[in-house]
Write a protein that binds this ligand. Structure first.
Ligand code: FES
Length: 149
């Protein structure tokens, strides 16, 4: 299997039906995407495939048909030197509590703001379906609004 992750072509000798999340974490050492539910419900494993948010725990490697971007590659993907505006807003709003779900949250938020730089509250609610057991939702929305400002 050949996939491009964060701009680098990678080759994997694994079952083509292996979930992308397993390939990233266990075989490529890309640890930003997290395992939460494993059934596509929580969003902790969110990455971009061809720029679109995708839940990598339920995406088979053989179905990955475009370059993959994880939180590690987000600045480069958005042309940022260091942190993206979204990531800086996350710091400024002190969003994370335990932090486990936050890379997935940021990948979802970054895609929203790339496509809609000034999203309405309804657009934010629609785009941000990732779960957070710490309940950081108000700070997540504050950070999105800050990054959009
Ligand atoms: Fe993939 Fe929960 S771990 S959606």
């Amino acid at each position: 299997m050949k996939i491009v992750v964060n701009g680098v072509a990678r080759t994997l000798e694994v079952d083509p039906q292996m979930p992308l999340l397993w390939a990233l974490r266990d075989h490529l050492g890309v640890l930003g995407p997290k395992y939460g539910c494993g059934v596509g419900a929580c969003g902790a494993c969110t990455v971009w495939i061809g720029g679109a948010p995708a839940r990598s725990c339920v995406t088979a490697l053989e179905d990955v048909d475009a370059p993959v971007t994880t939180i590690e590659g987000l600045p480069a993907a958005l042309g940022a030197q260091d942190l993206t505006a979204v990531q800086q807003a996350w710091i400024d709003e002190q969003v994370p509590q335990c932090g486990y779900c936050q890379s997935g949250q940021i990948m979802a938020a970054a895609a929203l703001l790339r496509d809609d730089p000034a999203p309405s509250d309804a657009a934010i609610d629609e785009a941000m379906s990732n779960l957070c057991r710490c309940g950081t939702y108000p700070r997540i929305r504050a950070a999105i609004r800050r990054a959009a400002a």
